[in-house]
Write a protein that binds this ligand. Sequence first.
Ligand code: 5GP
Ligand code: ZN
Length: 136
Amino acid sequence: MSDCIFCQIVEGKIPSSKLYEDDAVLSFLDINPINPGHALVIPKKHVTSIFDIDDETLQKCIVVASRVARAIKKGVKCEGMNVLQNNFRAAGQLIDHFHIHLIPRFENDGFLTSWPGKPYEPGKMEEIYNAIKQNL
Ligand code: 5GP
Ligand code: ZN
């Protein structure tokens, strides 16, 4: 897609710090990292989100993500890593080309230190469970 920043990175029209590349997948450093070494993994073909990516492409992406994650861990000596993937604006997706975030983490780095989970109201969990299950 000509107006997609990540497609332009794939095509070399926008420069990037490429970490890994094959015929289907590209990984490069995020230009605005949460922590140094924050990288992205993208399919070379334009797909928008988890909702439209095909299984084969997704598998290729996650295998590369695992490989790059190990390299980041060794390279920046991080103490942990978040693997995140945002879909649509409500979930924080700003670039509409599927991407996996690899975010190296350090103790007390201030990012995502808590996960504000909240319990279901009585009976709600079963209702939600059924609503999802019938679509699988
Ligand atoms: P999203 O919010 O869509 O999950 O994340 C998009 C990510 O892409 C952000 O972390 C942002 O810093 C990164 N990004 C946006 N534009 C560019 C760019 O031109 N080059 C690189 N390397 N990263 C970018
Ligand atoms: Zn694209």
